[in-house]
Design a protein around this ligand. Structure first.
Ligand code: P6P
Length: 342
């Protein structure tokens, strides 16, 4: 593949497709540069003062890792001054962060999980940054939290950066999915995949099996069918992968297919799921749908959900189209035999 930088890709997308207003191009380049800085901090590991707990809690009531706080600060500082944003929202912050009055206000809203998969940081397993871009609608002056409460189908762009054996930025602007690999020698993001497509079928599922006894019947049934393998109703054997970092699991699915599930479970029945809608499920859903996959709660399309709260959670079934459809059919069949659901 000809060596094309992220900047050139964005300029050509703007020139050929007119898809990227200047403020959105600036936003993507600033976030990509921030991800480079996060990658440098992540890669320091024990050599830098970046591992372990920050001895603070986030809005989710989770203990923050030092790198959670560092990554959040990197994204905030990188995006405040450019004039492309009106405000930001983060998993690590209770309320939205307005662009300070000393800087010009832009027309976009940026939401992010600055470092997803924090439990993997100290054990050197892939983690990542997830981001979602919305247009500022509503209030003509200033920004309020409810300006962020837009369904995922209104996203202008979405992406993630996975800090793994390679550092890879995955991006959609609503016209397919592209991947950029960080060339550490030059510090450039280099285009390494375009028009990414997820296989419609798969033999690989991704779920935290330790929660099995807490799942609802449709998920019990779907996973039970996969585990029954070639002699069961699916007539084929399945493999399982669970990294504990949504970014890593979704990147694998984009690369070779699969289905990722984080369903409702009875441990905290008042919560629809563990993952957050606005800055985990929605951006990943946009990317996966743009690559030919599906993203559902099991009952409805994730990107159709009209959010009620900034940090609300959602059940997630995402990946290869025909597998997501089968999970949805299990939900539609309710207590009937799922094999009749197919
Ligand atoms: P569990 C990471 O904390 C995360 O939000 C996702 O990245 C990941 O898929 C999931 O939680 C892992 O959850 O319950 O298996 O530790």
């Amino acid at each position: 593949m000809k060596r094309i930088s992220l900047t050139r890709y964005l300029v050509e997308q703007q020139r050929e497709h007119g898809r990227i207003p200047a403020q959105l191009r600036m936003l993507i380049e600033v976030v990509a540069r921030a991800c480079k800085h996060i990658a440098i901090a992540v890669n320091k590991g024990a050599l830098g003062d970046v591992l372990g707990s920050a001895h603070s809690e986030n809005v989710q009531g989770e203990i923050q890792k030092k790198l959670d706080v560092i990554s959040n600060e990197v994204l905030i500082e990188a995006n405040e001054w450019g004039g492309h944003l009106a405000a930001m929202a983060s998993e690590e912050m209770d309320s939205i962060h307005l662009v300070p009055n000393r800087y010009p206000q832009g027309e976009y809203l940026l939401l992010f999980d600055p470092l997803d998969g924090s439990s993997n940081i100290d054990v050197n397993v892939s983690i990542g940054t997830i981001f979602s871009v919305l247009r500022k609608v509503g209030h003509t002056h200033g920004v309020a939290e409810d300006d962020f409460l837009q369904p995922g189908k209104h996203q202008a762009a979405a992406g993630y950066c996975v800090y793994g054996p390679q550092t890879t930025l995955v991006l959609t602007l609503g016209d397919g999915v592209a991947m950029f690999t960080l060339d550490r020698e030059t510090g450039s993001w280099v285009l390494t995949a375009t028009d990414v497509r997820i296989p419609e079928d798969t033999q690989e599922f991704s779920i935290n099996m330790s929660n099995q006894r807490h799942w609802a019947a449709p998920v019990q049934r779907y996973i039970g069918e996969c585990l029954a393998g070639a002699t069961g109703p699916r007539g084929k054997d399945f493999n399982m992968r669970w990294v504990g970092s949504m970014v890593a699991d979704v990147h694998r699915i984009l690369s070779r297919g699969g289905v990722f599930l984080y369903p409702w479970d009875a441990r905290e029945p008042e919560k629809p799921g563990k993952l957050r809608l606005m800055y985990e499920a929605n951006p990943m859903s946009f990317i996966v749908e743009q690559a030919g996959g599906l993203a559902s709660t099991g009952v409805e399309r994730i990107m159709d959900i009209v959010p009620g709260k900034l940090h609300e959670r959602v059940a997630v079934v995402i990946g290869s189209k025909n597998e997501v459809l089968r999970v949805a059919a299990c939900h539609a069949a309710g207590d009937a035999d799922a094999s009749s659901a197919a």
